[in-house]
Design a protein around this ligand. Sequence first.
Ligand code: HPA
Ligand code: MOS
Length: 743
Amino acid sequence: MPSVGQNVPHDSARGHVTGESLYVDDMPPLHGELLVDFVWCPYAHARIVSMDLSEARKLAHIYTHEDLHHNRLGPIIADEPLLVDDNLCTFRGQPIVVVAGETREQVDAAKRAVKVEYEELKPILTIDDAIAAQSFIGETRYIRRGDADAALASAEHVIEGVFRNLGQDHFYLESQAAIVQPGENGAMQVLSSTQHPTEVQEVIAHLLGLQMNQVVVTTKRMGGAFGGKEAQATHPASMAALVSQNTKRPTRIVYDKDTDMHVTGKRHAFQNRYRVGFTRTGEIVGMKVDLYSDGGAYADLSPAVMARAMTHAENAYYIANIEIRGTVCRTNMPPNTAFRGFGGPQGVATMENIVDEIAVYLKKDALDVRRVNCYGVETRNTTPYEEVVPNNTLPRLFTELPERCDYRARVEAVRAFNASSRTHLKGIAISAVKFGISFNTKFLNQANALVNVYLDGSVQVSTGATEMGQGVNTKIAQLVADELRIPYEHVTVMITSTEKNNNTSASAASSAADLNGSAAVDAARKIRARLDDLEARLGRQDSWKMLVKLAYHERVSLGERGFYATPRLDWDWTSGRGSPFLYFTMGTACSEVLIDRFTGEMKVLRSDVLMDIGKPINPGIDRGQLVGAFIQGMGWVTTEELRYDDKGVLLAHSPTTYKIPNINDLPEIFNMDWIDVENPSNVGGSKAVGEPPLLMAISVWCAVKNALQFVANGDIARLRLPATNEEILMRLTEYTKRGAAVA
Ligand code: HPA
Ligand code: MOS
């Protein structure tokens, strides 16, 4: 029986429940192992006036940038020092000195003995500060179509505003971690909690003056990553490797939770200025959006994140005349980085907010405005960068979801409730997502795979995909089993290793199963073809096990390497045109919230999500991704607030002050479903599901804004994202005061 489409259990389901699953820091200490840690800059911007390491060196192994062959890294531009050099600290949390010792106590004593004298410099902490100082990373970039200025000038109605959203901490349960074992002639073996073993390999080789073939990086699994280990797992692994290179001893580095939250980059905060023109029916005739992100101190992945925000700034809506501008701000924050959605959420939330405001302005239902502007199937189906939206299911999703969740009647019920309740407010909203699938850097859209069939018929598969809980191993095993026409139980996906798969891309952009699954299928297909030939030649049909034995005796190769490169992609920044995505994952969601008028406390009463995720390879795993992403998105739009003091010190650096959603925050009624359609352009007819459902939680934020609209005295309610209880209370207070003044 084919396994694709079946709910095969996640290959770690049992281990995660019993605790047998091994993470980096579960590995027993190696003989002679050293613990590695680092001293980081406590100021957002500072000059090192003097540094005295003499006492620290008596207590432990101490290294600085002077011990590195090179000191610059970065996934797009190599602009970031691993360790502070030129005596200049550019963000709070920047590593200055690496410390290694036998015990935690010894390491802590040595860290305390590192004497650094700083001169504090004026930091750039906000997007406004950066704009005022013209402090940017790279050039402002554009996507333009038609004539937005002319369309705005002649539009019947125009509204404008600024949409602000804050960042988000990844809050993976397993912090950044690595173990390094030195080998012969400078070689080393690295076990890293990373989405991107090849980048860890490349960065270590570069910083330590090795060839890439001397560094083997392996990843068994991650206890969560969410983009936080796409680019920033390189730093801890490199620090440990530096110590191993110098001491010839195994090393281990594991950030504690507070350190991890202080020093690593996060989801980008954005501040977006918009002007939109529309007709009395709500049809958008022209729009200009000016996106600014907080990139932090170095480039990291910020330019690519901005590119995805820009290609998602129109979301599900066709806009003939549009200008999208994107600028990355350089601030003195830790370099912000990939986070599930990769700029998509920030672009889409901006647009969903705009569509809601048009509806308020015109006193129309927001669903009607959305449907008027929704991408068409045959016409009005090209994005601002002129990519055709293939197999567009958005019109269907916009029709079926409201029917399924009884939207119209509930809008009336919410109105009646708000008219009668003096203690509470309700709000309801529908939002949509159209998420482009493929890395928006063309060359990253490739993968290779190794498939080995053993004498007993069992099969090992190795790819560059890394398992972070998302179930990519299980999906790849299912695909290979079906291609070889054997039971799923015969196939095991092995630990990810740069030794077996070279030059791999990060497991990212929702594409790990698409790319690596396709490469694994390519390898399996070649093996199956040889076995089919053999059967034809021998003129007999055998069991799989017999066939494998026969093949071995006939000296037919039972191993293969596969390769996949996503077809058709192209992109050109100079024109802002191209087809950067192979297809789009789509969805609509409806959320209803209840707000306490006196405390601002918000509860999600109900969320209904309806998506087009193609034909799932594993429906159970995809359901897990959909639910998990939605809840993580709810955290971003409601409870998770990265609060800093006026010197850039992160105050919310642990679960006591940074509130991720818990079981009580789940929508009381929560319906997650998808329509039954095949995706012709991807393996197994499936679609990528890692990131898109996170954006469905924007419906919760829109519902909060909808509730506030009832007390906004006819104005357009304005709301920051996240809509924390505190933010909601402040808006309620503001509107109540203003209302009292008017009365
Ligand atoms: N997603 C994740 N990582 C990336 C991307 C992307 O679109 N582009 C480059 N790196
Ligand atoms: Mo992801 S945000 O593409 O690691």
